[in-house]
Design a protein. Sequence first.
Length: 141
Amino acid sequence: MASTIQKFTITAEAAKSVIEASEAKARDLKVPMCTAIVDADGNLKAFSRMDGAALLSVKIAQDKAYTAVGFGLSSKEWWDFIKDDGPLLHGITHADRLIVYEGGIPIKQDGQIVGGIGVSGGYYTQDQECAEAGVEAFAEL
């Protein structure tokens, strides 16, 4: 029986590339965003706050990224998972750092979570677009 496992995580260089792609999409949308990248364990790896991005978005972006790696579900998928389950809906939404609306996505390589991206600053569908742009950039690295 093995007593250890090997775990991969996003590099600092890759995290910066993901942020650059996310911010490029934010500029296209003309919405200043905060973008957070966490490693596979949910620890902050890289962060950027565009000029003009809302202060509250700093924490929300980080929590969306944390949510994404917590169970391997995007923050959007969390809503779909809990919306029709009353006890879960009213209980888990009080969990610290859990965000249940769009903008947080796990970053995967070969099916394994290596990090997460969280974006906040616009309407949640805009946050999602920017997060998706970041994930797509990672896939091309």
